[in-house]
Design a protein around this ligand. Structure first.
Ligand code: PLP
Length: 405
């Protein structure tokens, strides 16, 4: 029967990361791996969802009010004029917004530029749509964008570039100068930009999220995607959106309707409440996450991780294994699960440049830096438990025993 599967399906094999998740579950490990909160969502938003179910909002549904609120927020945050009737599509999370956008834009063989490292699902969506991902490495330790490297990646087949800021897995927030470089490259090569802004409200210190669409002449060539998932701690509700020029939004909407018809009805009703949240809500979201970030960085630094880049946004720390550590990042996580009872994500799954083959995670050359991604979107109780377990695994010098050569 396997021979009946499509080539696309066959190419999507379970990754070692999924196997590590299973091991983590069987060891009951404290989870700093996955990017979803383990604390409650805001009560007033949950109440709105409960009330929507009790009011029998149980059928396919397209709630126009969400588009109006998204348009309002784009104006408030970025000064953008967006027509809620034509330019916005409500989807099942950013994930569906992104996949539908790829199906709306990509023809067989079109190239799409991605930064490396990057969130894993972009590459799959691009390939499923028939496109070819082209990776441009960001330079550690600050994950800086090198203009020359970017320009070299452009060919006459380039159709679009994908920008995720704030960035998973590094926590980088692209600077205005970097956004200008990307915008200039898009305009001079006449290509589109697809942005993933799911961490738009999670930035630290004085860092401000800037939407690429707000740069001069960029709105007409940018598809902005985002969702409720991270901002309101409701990753399971599956409410997201794409904002695009009307003809592109219409194509995305047609695909979305054929794929899923509509996002979950009760949660669309709750979105009407969530998207009206006050500035106090967003301020405390940032403050809470900043404290969590600092706590986890403190623990990791104490046991010998090299945290060379302090995240400026999102809720991940991409910590480097010290040179003394002989383990690969995958082996390190396996041992961390078994010996400390804590699970994180090996960094190599986010890199593509150095891999000989898709999804081959045993790939990084030994001389390359090795990274582990820790998610700090967890309750203080979970973070304290993880810290205690990690600290317990350190030697008399305070270094993690797993780092000993
Ligand atoms: C960068 C990034 N984009 C998108 C998503 C998924 O968003 P959604 O839940 O809205 O589909 C995630 C989830 O981890 C993410 O890290």
């Amino acid at each position: 029967m396997e021979s009946k599967l499509s080539c696309a399906a066959k190419s999507l094999t379970p990754s070692p990361i999924q196997q590590l998740s299973l091991l983590a579950q069987s060891c009951n490990a404290v989870n700093l791996a996955e990017g979803f909160p383990d604390f409650p969502a805001p009560l007033h938003i949950k109440n709105a969802a409960v009330s929507a179910i009790n009011s029998d909002f149980n059928q396919y549904r397209h709630v126009q009010g969400i588009c109006e609120l998204v348009a309002h927020n784009m104006k408030q945050m970025h000064g953008l004029d967006v027509d809620p009737l034509t330019d916005i599509v409500i989807t099942c999370g950013q994930s569906e917004a992104f996949a539908s956008t790829m199906f709306a834009l990509i023809n067989q063989g079109d190239e799409v530029i991605l930064f490396d490292p990057s969130y894993e699902t972009y590459e799959t969506c691009i390939r499923l749509a028939g496109g070819v991902p082209v990776f441009v490495a960001l330079d550690p330790p600050n994950w800086t964008l090198d203009c020359e490297k970017l320009l070299k990646a452009f060919t006459n087949k380039t159709k679009a570039i994908v920008l995720n800021s704030p960035h998973n897995p590094t926590g980088k927030v692209f600077s205005v100068d970097e956004l200008e470089i990307i915008a200039e490259a898009c305009k001079s090569s006449d290509i589109l930009a697809v942005t993933d802004e799911v961490y738009e409200h999670i930035t630290f210190e004085n860092e401000k999220h800037i939407s690429l669409a707000s740069l001069a002449e960029m709105q007409k060539r940018t598809i902005t995607t985002s969702s409720l998932s991270k901002t309101f701690s409701v990753t399971g509700w599956r409410i997201g959106w794409a904002v695009a020029p009307a003809c592109i939004a219409s194509a995305i909407r047609n695909i979305h309707i054929r794929l899923t018809d509509s996002a979950p009805a009760p949660f669309q009703e709750a979105a009407l409440i969530a998207l009206r949240s006050t500035s106090e809500y967003f301020d405390s979201l940032k403050q809470d996450y900043e404290l969590k970030r600092d706590f986890v960085i403190g623990v990791l630094a104490k046991v010998g991780f090299a945290v060379n880049f302090k995240p400026k946004g999102s809720f991940f720390i991409f910590a480097e294994l010290p040179e003394s550590c002989n383990l690969s990042d995958v082996d390190f996580v396996e041992e961390l699960i078994k010996q400390a009872g804590v699970v994180a994500v090996p960094g190599c799954g986010f890199f593509h440049q150095n891999s000989s083959k898709d999804h081959d995670l045993s790939c990084l050359k030994t001389s390359e830096p090795k990274y582990i991604r820790f998610a700090f979107c967890k309750s203080d109780h979970t973070l304290a438990a993880a810290a205690e377990k990690i600290l317990r695994l350190s030697n008399e010098d305070g270094q993690l025993k797993l780092f000993e050569s």
